[in-house]
Ligand binder design. Structure first.
Ligand code: SF4
Length: 614
């Protein structure tokens, strides 16, 4: 093998180009994407699929082929959870560590995997065959505890199932086959309705609504959407018709339609069901959007945790092309061209924020942009871009079919229609429900079979905690707006530990751009620890308030602006949980340092280090 050094004229970085046959495959991968650096995520995925990780040699080779520096590639790669620099194991097992998984026995599942594999969680076995890691919510909270094996799901796990799974994998069975045997997904891929009202469950004939809209003017179509009162289902609740109108009004030869299928809010899994059961509706809605705003390219940004849905989604895209409902001259209308590709994410919660998602789509770290300008003006490739999430797109179709009045008659004054909620936790019937906006807490708890409920986390960790006894409170933009996740905790649960889990999540997922978010969330987590350990002082309550204000006020995106919500809203609902753990009149210097805990952690670290030595 030989190497030579060259100077890249563009970047002025010293790079190494390969000079033998070995990198041919790598070159082929890069060529497949025409050497386009904005497709870096796809290129990295292909490399991972072929070799499992990106080592130094391939990193330098790739930099050479793409004519960028290795640092630029590392900058992107190290941002995402599912890209690796070392072998993560030929078969990589990712166990959900969300609070819902923890409530359903996740700790025992980790132990069972460790026992069956002979590795500690967070490492790979000696032959490099199996790797075992924890990962945030993977969109399977209705079937917790769950894991992804080679990105194929296994659900409703127990220690016995884990032993069987590992035995089969050791016998050579593929992760896909194991998933078929040990996943209950099929039984959970349906939408349950709370009453006879349903927007999403009506009959569907592919192309029927598109045919209706194709001859409408852009202004007419946007007006209808505005009149329906549909608001984006991602959480911010912006009027969808207004967003489409703004994008339509910006003059540009190139516009884009992007579907945000990166639902990463812990406890949310409704998009998983829509992508499985309503994929054609989604594609048709995106095509309608393209017609209205004047776009000819669309992208579905699919979270990596839903990679197992990608194959079927591609089949559905092809099916729509075959029927003349996607591609060139759609519905035989000359000049009506629009096609969609799928972009796989790579594990990052903050990419659910639309500008971060766009950065990621352009092959970069998924760091939120400073706004304005908003994506409708300067989005993907700095062109006008319409971004909506899966549920918003799917809801558009029945509105065009049945009319604005039909839709706006459902729900409340400021929250038209119905919405999907993912319900998980302490209830008999977890799942995806279509409810009419305005349903109250008591009705919801009854619907899902919650026994002895204590509290609900509405809208995921970034939302708010509500007492179960606040039965009159409504799910609506007027009261409890939600991005679609509702987690239920019964009276046996320690809510401070729930808060801790959420804060750990935010600490891990902060992109680090803003110092208050990067450092402040660590401070908040440490403060929560003090309350859990019974070591908090009165002044710590004030510290929580002050840190929360700083982080909220000076963070660039929704993560930092909402990360303190779990602590603040839990304190608001259950102040006694915090107050009863406050200790006073002790020596601060001695009290803060726990010798026993410190040495236990050190001993565990030394033991782990010894274990991985050859
Ligand atoms: Fe990144 Fe946090 Fe700043 Fe958002 S608020 S941009 S996640 S550091």
């Amino acid at each position: 093998m030989g190497w030579f050094f060259v100077i890249n004229n563009t970047t002025k970085h010293k790079i190494i180009l390969p000079s033998d046959k070995e990198p041919k495959e790598l070159k082929k991968i890069v060529s497949h994407y025409n050497g386009d650096v904005t497709r870096l995520l796809d290129i990295l995925w292909d490399i991972h699929d072929r070799w499992g990780f990106l080592d130094d040699t391939k990193l330098h080779q790739l930099a050479g082929f793409l004519h960028i520096s290795s640092i630029e590639i590392l900058d992107c790669l190290t941002f995402y959870h599912f890209f690796y620099r070392k072998n993560p194991g030929k078969i990589c097992i990712l166990v959900d560590n969300s609070i819902i998984a923890k409530m359903h026995g996740q700790t025992a599942i980790i132990k069972a995997f460790e026992c069956a594999l002979g590795v500690q969680c967070g490492s790979v076995d000696a032959p490099g065959e199996f790797g075992l890691y924890e990962t945030p919510c993977m969109g399977l909270s209705d079937q917790a505890p769950a894991a992804l094996i080679g990105f194929f799901p296994v659900t409703n796990l127990n220690p016995d199932k884990v032993s069987q799974i590992i035995a089969l994998l050791r016998q050579g069975q593929s992760p896909e086959m194991v998933s078929k045997q040990f996943s209950d997904l099929v039984n959970y891929q349906r939408i349950k309705s709370s009453n006879s009202l349903s927007v999403l469950k009506g009959s569907y004939v592919a192309g029927q609504v598109l045919q209706l809209v194709v001859n409408q003017s852009s202004a007419q179509a946007c007006q209808l959407l505005k009149a329906s009162g549909l608001r984006g289902r991602g959480g911010a609740g912006f009027l969808t018709g207004s967003k489409w109108e703004m994008c339509a009004n910006f003059k540009s030869k190139q516009k884009y339609i992007i579907c945000n299928a990166d639902e990463g809010e812990p406890g949310t899994f409704k998009d998983r069901v829509l992508l499985t059961r309503h994929a054609q509706q989604l594609i048709e809605s995106m095509t309608i959007a393209a017609r209205i705003v004047g776009a000819d390219k669309g992208i579905i940004y699919l979270r990596a945790e839903y990679r197992y849905l990608q194959k079927e989604l591609n089949t559905q895209l092809q099916s729509m092309r075959n029927r003349g409902l996607l591609g060139q001259s759609i519905l035989a209308v000359k000049g009506f061209d629009f096609d969609i590709r799928i972009q796989l994410g790579a594990g990052s919660y903050v990419c659910g924020e639309e500008s971060a998602l766009i950065e990621s789509l352009q092959g970069k770290r998924g760091e939120p942009r400073i706004r304005p300008p908003f994506p409708v003006e300067k989005g993907y490739m700095n062109q006008p871009t319409l971004v909506n999430n899966v549920e918003t797109f799917c809801t558009v179709l029945p509105i065009f079919k049945n009319g604005a009045k039909w839709f706006s008659q459902m729900g409340t004054e400021k929250s038209s229609g119905t919405r999907l909620i993912s319900v998980s936790g302490d209830c008999e019937k977890p799942g995806v429900y279509e409810i009419e906006w305005g349903m109250n807490i008591a009705q919801l708890l009854d619907l899902v079979g919650a026994k002895k409920p204590l509290a609900l986390q509405v809208g995921g960790p970034s939302g708010c905690l509500v007492k179960a006894t606040d039965s009159f409170r409504q799910i609506s933009f007027e009261d409890l707006a939600t991005g679609g996740s509702i987690m239920i905790f019964n009276q046996c649960r320690n809510l401070l530990k729930v808060v801790k889990n959420f804060m750990r999540f935010f600490v891990n997922e902060s992109c680090g751009c803003c110092t208050p978010c990067r450092a402040g969330n660590v401070m908040l987590e440490q403060l929560v620890d003090k309350f859990i350990d019974g070591k908090a002082r009165q002044k710590d309550l004030l510290n929580i308030q002050q840190w929360s204000q700083i982080i909220k006020a000076s963070s660039r995106c929704g993560l930092g602006q909402t990360s303190s919500n779990p602590i603040l809203t839990t304190y608001q609902a259950f102040p006694e949980l915090f107050i009863q753990s406050i200790k006073e009149n002790h020596n601060e210097l001695i009290y803060d340092f726990d010798v026993g805990k410190a040495t236990t952690e050190y001993d565990a670290f030394i033991a782990a280090t010894q274990a991985i030595k050859p």
